[in-house]
Design a protein around this ligand. Structure first.
Ligand code: ADP
Length: 472
């Protein structure tokens, strides 16, 4: 190393125009350095070729950069993009809209579709449609898969790019993040809002007259199956005045938002429907939600992975216009049920549940319905006002309920005269009285089963056999 240093010093000292300290000497410096460069490069063909190539390379790079820059600028000026991410509700709406329009543009369709899709990358979306009688059917819908697609809308061509993020997932649902980017010419930007409105209207039209049931999916509420047909409220036959009492209470609560706000009271109300199984508690809550155009958020307190924090989050973040329905609320804190066969224990604690019910004071509307078959097992802390504001008994069939259900089933049928139905209805009412049934009872669900399977005459004949001792 020392040798290299000494020889370099020597060279520098001897170089023309440089002092031994390495400082430049002004006189003839330019001429001297150019003569060195000339002697090194000018006569060297390799250097000349290298410089030539470098020049070409630099030129090409500049040209490419210029092109990229120019295209970007042109794109910015001429094109406009809309990005929708699968966190947003518009994402589902848009894909459904596109699928709908692709279908209506199928060659067999005589309808003229404004937009169409020709794509080789499709995804399938499967949905289970559950009917009120318990049967279900599976539906498939083909939607645009990840990739690039083209369609025409409002006379303008649009490019749609669906991209999937493979490295990260939505923590709550485990589904990958996705984005759809729709690009079109700048002058057609107004079409975006038109398109989104159309997609939204299409989605909402599909839900019209339907009840949407959501379940907890991580910390989010997600639709469960397809929206169901609404059940008319009068089809759930409760004892005299019960249905009206609950309905009026809910309606009065909904009218009093301002009243609550003025007094600083959290705007929420809790209902408890208790009574034997098959008396219509769940059916009534769903029918009531439907009649008010509310959705149902179904919460299962014994669900795996549901802890106090998640529960609190879910209760505080339920979608607007929805009832939160907690079924069999006694079972969640009943030791026997809490531990499943594999030793799993629900991690919602009773105090955590009470805290979640109380929640943080907020102006958000919250309507909670709870049901139980065992009112006596409930902790008094749960049913105090503020947590349960209205508690009603929904019982086994009373004589009036039995008669009403009978006339609903057989009335209007051509095979039985209206007067006969009326008379048999009275018979059913008589048979259901305590004296006639020896204090035994029948659930509305059992009556429904009887009426579905039998003719009016057979139903009246079989009825006395179906009464059972009341289970406590
Ligand atoms: P619960 O929640 O009290 O256990 P459900 O609402 O699940 O009862 O009712 C079970 C079945 O019985 C449903 O198919 C429903 O149509 C029928 N049902 C029960 N009660 C009534 C009622 N009061 N009026 C009409 N149908 C009823």
């Amino acid at each position: 190393m020392a040798v290299h240093g000494a020889s370099l010093e020597g060279q520098v000292a001897n170089a023309p125009g440089l002092s031994s300290t390495g400082l430049a000497i002004p006189q003839d410096a330019g001429a001297a350095s150019s003569s060195i460069i000339n002697s090194l490069i000018g006569d060297n063909p390799y250097f000349q070729a290298g410089f030539g190539l470098m020049g070409v390379g630099v030129g090409l790079t500049v040209l490419r950069q210029g092109l990229v820059f120019g295209t970007t600028a042109l794109r910015r000026r001429l094109l406009v993009s809309l990005e929708v991410n699968n966190k947003d509700r518009a994402y589902e709406w848009f894909l459904a809209w596109l699928a709908h329009n692709a279908q209506s543009a199928a060659p067999t369709s005589s309808r003229r579709a404004e937009s169409w899709l020709r794509s080789h990358q499709l995804s399938v979306e499967t949905a289970v449609e559950q009917r009120s009688n318990g049967s279900s059917s599976v539906l498939f819908r083909l939607v645009a898969g990840p990739g690039t697609h083209w369609f025409k809308y409002g006379g303008a061509w649009m490019q749609m790019k669906r991209e999937r993020e493979t490295r990260s997932m939505q923590l709550t649902s485990g589904t990958p993040w996705e984005t759809v980017t729709v690009t079109t010419l700048s002058r057609d930007r107004h079409l975006f809002s038109k398109l989104l409105t159309e997609a939204r209207d299409l989605a909402l039209r599909g839900q019209e007259g339907k009840l949407v049931i959501r379940t907890a999916w991580g910390i989010e509420w997600k639709p469960f199956g397809q929206p169901r047909r609404k059940r008319p409220l009068h089809s759930v036959v409760l004892d005299t005045g019960v249905s009206e009492k609950v309905e009026q209470d809910v309606k009065a609560f909904l009218r009093r938002r301002q009243w609550y706000a003025d007094r600083g009271i959290p705007y929420r109300r809790g209902y408890l429907l208790h009574g034997p199984p098959g008396s219509g508690k769940t059916s009534y809550i769903q029918a009531l939600a439907g009649s008010l155009s509310y959705d149902i958020c179904l919460l299962n307190l014994s669900e795996r992975g549901l802890g106090d924090d998640k529960l609190n989050h879910l209760l505080s973040n339920a979608p607007e216009r929805s009832f939160i329905l907690i079924e069999d609320v006694d079972a969640a804190f009943n030791k026997r049920v809490q531990t499943s066969e594999d030793g799993y224990q629900s991690s919602v604690t009773f105090s955590g549940f009470l805290n979640a019910l109380d929640g943080v004071a907020s102006g958000e509307e919250r309507i909670i319905f709870m049901t139980t078959n065992h009112f006596g097992k409930l902790d008094p802390a749960l049913i105090r006002p503020g947590r349960v504001d209205l508690s009603v008994l929904v019982d086994n069939a009373s004589p009036t309920q039995a008669r009403t259900l009978f006339t609903r089933f057989y009335g209007g049928s051509e095979s039985v005269q209206p007067e006969l139905v009326e008379r048999m209805g009275q018979q059913v009412e008589g048979l259901t009285t305590k004296e006639m049934s020896n204090g035994r009872e029948i659930s509305m669900a059992a009556l429904q089963g009887l009426f579905i399977r039998n003719s009016a005459q057979d139903a009246v004949k079989t009825l006395p056999e179906l009464f059972v001792e009341r289970r406590t």
